[in-house]
Design a protein around this ligand. Sequence first.
Ligand code: 3PG
Length: 328
Amino acid sequence: KSPSPAAAEAKSEAAKSVKIGIYFATWWALNVVFNIYNKKVLNAYPYPWLTSTLSLACGSLMMLVSWATKIAEPPKINLEFWKALFPVAVAHTIGHVAATVSMSKVAVSFTHIIKSGEPAFSVIVSRFLLGERFPPAVYLSLVPIIGGCGLAALTELNFNMTGFMGAMISNLAFVFRNIFSKKGMKGKSVSGMNYYACLSMLSLLILTPFAIAVEGPHMWAAGWKEAVSEIGPQFIWWVTAQSIFYHLYNQVSYMSLDEISPLTFSVGNTMKRISVIVSSIIIFRTPVQPINALGAAIAILGTFLYSQTVKEILLEVDSLPSIESVMA
Ligand code: 3PG
């Protein structure tokens, strides 16, 4: 006897939840590994503009090889696609380099505590730029997020303004990236994986001249020699690992973005930060004061509350204005 439509629907919903759960767990695990290698590299080799560029270059190369060898089906895209991708790539480039600059200046945990405020940025951008309205509970849930991040920043032992601002800029840039990406992916035949591959390539083109202007080959070569002589050949493995894992975690996150709304994505991203904060504090033996940890815990609790309040009113992508009208 065939199952009732309601039972079939419940089954497909459950299968979807399992799939998203697997994506989320993989995304978070890959991200922890990336963050650890990224910080190891930055400690020995403080050139965040180059390491950001290498991450994008590695991902682009991996995807070009996957397309050439048919491991992945190459996307069918045209000039319109690249034009629509451009603002997303600008936001991705800014968010990526800003986060890496931040992590070169402060503890990984601090960058991620500030980055746990991303849902607050999402609401503010949606409210003021996209004209979305939210119930009061959503705005109230921002109080612990912003208050917790503020408390953690004020009590951070190794506070550094560039580190703080880098994480804040990254939050803002990534909110735009997520909203525009979801919009760009909707109704297109390009999968999340290929969309992120194209995004990496375009971001690489945008970032390379800036990386050369800000740091440049002279600094890179001198620093490289120093890092290899200090750490040994395994330094090259660290750089390779941070680049590969950067691509992989982003690719998986885009595969989930294919299935969920930008707001759910932001919430999943904040939950991811708990694993990054805890693991990096343990691995790098980051000194944490109780009040500092309290600030982080309040911010993260705020995100839980936020996710509860937005559950019912998840931003409908259909109701978003077009990229063109937002950029105009
Ligand atoms: C980056 O380099 O892009 C950041 O480390 C990533 O930040 P995310 O955790 O928001 O992806």
